[in-house]
Ligand binder design. Structure first.
Ligand code: HEC
Length: 486
């Protein structure tokens, strides 16, 4: 009797120990983060801080830290230093005014513990299906191209072909069957931070003149410093090769930073080339200065790079004559309204305050004097920052929290019942496609499409009337095919 009681007690002890062990090994998880909950309050606080302050850039699930080639080391102290002081030129803000040292160490530990759990973060969240029910339509995502890394821009060629820019620097000629041929003669790019090979579009007269345009990050050395800027190269594309290359625009001033290049391009109905240049991470110097400063602007040039005589600042002494509008932060989406011909853009805000704008000549879009966002460290952008000011344009729409918009298109044609006239924007941060219903130049309704599909970098209407969307890492271009008659 005594023996069996002892045995039972032993069994119970073993069970409790085992249960405790299992519990320890598989702790309950904080939603979307995957970390022990409640075990350590500083850990829970770090998880909250990570999501509030870091997730917008490094991924909600710290995707950017998984399998990382650490630039500045991955010891606890290396992380502490990065978070405390930032790396301004790389686009990493300093958080010394946002956190105590203890909170910074807790964040470092949170990241170092989190990235060990690799399997949870590497793409396992991508949807298992390729068919999605949306409010109005059922859409199948058909893979058009795969095997890319970051398909930053895509341009449609006649005969169902495409040119695709992979941010690292490779240009691909994609045939109708999805096969890819590398294209020679492209620009040499500085592929670092947010820079590299960026947008690509064809000339309106492409079928006869074979002219294409690439935006990219151009490098130079000066006084031992590595400088970079946004540039546009024009070239002829024939027989899989680029020839007659010419830089038709090189933004001034150059910068040691490696972020906020902007660089989406579109041809307006007037036949001129419109494109965006980001403020290169120096909001105090660039976006409000039109004299000798191309950064934080939308520009308008002729296809050969010369300046249209009716550009808004051609008669302003010292102003860059290519400037069309200013006060922009980092516009990475641009499209032409199919009826009005207006230039529509979306741009990244800081923390919050991403915007959709209709870009008009000579107008000031206000960055950083007005914004609906705040600084990455949680403080206002400046002591006197407001959301509105006389003489500065209000955005047509703003996203807080930031979705990280890239790519922009109006849905045209009749293939997508219920979507015609809607505006679609990629979301890098939340990895979906945003469908915005526009009424009277207002966003009256939004739908999230293809949640967790990957960072959506570009979206366009193809000449075949289908929507094409590119996602990053692995880089895939999808065609959105409506199924079952919608
Ligand atoms: C505005 C975007 C942005 C925000 C917000 C941001 N970071 Fe960064 N961070 C970067 C960039 C850009 C880099 C440079 C490395 C790179 O190219 O990825 C970087 C680098 C780092 C590094 C060094 C990585 C290395 O390779 O050595 C650490 C650590 C880091 N960030 C942690 C954080 C933490 C923790 C937070 C939140 C408190 C945070 N970051 C918020 C953009 C951001």
């Amino acid at each position: 009797m005594l023996r069996s009681i002892r045995l039972l007690a032993l069994l119970l002890t073993v069970l409790v120990a085992l249960f405790g062990f299992i519990k320890l090994d598989h702790p309950p998880v904080v939603e979307d983060a995957g970390f022990p909950d409640g075990a350590d309050t500083s850990f829970a606080e770090a998880a909250k801080n990570y999501q509030g302050f870091c997730g917008g850039c490094h991924g909600e699930k710290m995707n950017a830290f998984v399998d990382r080639n650490w630039k500045h080391g991955n010891s606890r102290n290396d992380l502490y230093k990065a978070i405390k002081s930032g790396y301004h030129d790389e686009g990493m803000p300093a958080f010394d005014s946002a956190f105590t040292d203890q909170q910074i160490y807790a964040l470092s530990d949170y990241i170092l513990t989190g990235i060990k759990n690799v399997s949870r973060y590497t793409g396992s969240d991508r949807p298992k299906t390729n068919t999605f029910k949306t409010e109005n339509l059922t859409i199948r995502l058909d893979t058009v191209v795969k095997g890319l890394n970051i398909p930053w821009g895509m341009a449609f060629l006649p005969g169902g072909e495409m040119l695709v820019n992979d941010k690292g620097g490779k240009i691909y000629h994609v045939k109708k069957d999805g096969s890819m041929m590398p294209v020679t003669g492209g620009p040499s790019v500085v592929a670092a931070g947010q820079g590299g090979l960026l947008d690509v579009i064809t000339d309106p007269g492409y079928t006869t003149n074979k002219i294409v345009y690439f935006s990219y990050s151009k490098a130079k050395q000066e006084d031992g410093r590595g400088l970079a800027t946004t540039a546009i190269m024009r070239a002829k594309f024939e027989n899989g090769k680029l020839t007659e290359q010419q830089d038709i625009f090189v933004a001034e001033p150059w910068s040691t930073t490696r972020h906020h290049y902007g660089s989406r391009m579109q041809f307006g109905k007037d036949g001129y080339l419109y494109f965006s240049v980001g403020e290169r991470g120096n909001e105090r110097q660039n976006p409000q200065e039109i004299k000798g400063n191309d950064l934080g602007k939308v520009h308008r040039i002729k296809p050969d790079g010369t300046i249209p005589a009716d550009n808004p600042f051609v008669k302003t002494a010292g102003a860059e004559p290519s400037i069309y509008s200013y006060g922009h932060r980092n516009p990475q989406g641009m499209t032409i309204h199919p009826q009005s011909g207006q230039i529509w853009t979306n741009e990244h805000g800081p923390r919050g305050g991403d915007e959709i704008n209709i870009v008009r000549p000579a107008k000031n879009y206000g960055w950083p004097e007005i914004t609906y966002g705040i600084n990455y460290n949680g403080k206002p952008m400046g002591p006197d920052t407001k959301t509105a000011r006389e003489g500065m344009e209000q955005p047509l729409h703003e996203w807080t929290p930031s979705i990280g918009p890239s790519g922009l298109a109006f849905v045209t044609g009749n293939k997508y019942k219920g979507w015609t006239g809607n505006l679609i924007s990629g979301s890098l941060r939340f990895q979906y496609l945003n469908r915005s219903v526009i009424q009277g130049n207002k966003v009256v309704k939004e739908e999230i499409l293809f949640k967790n599909i990957g960072r959506v970098r570009d979206v366009r209407m193809g000449p075949d009337g289908f929507i094409y969307m590119s996602v990053e890492n692995p880089g895939i271009i999808y065609r959105l095919t409506p199924v079952n008659g919608g």
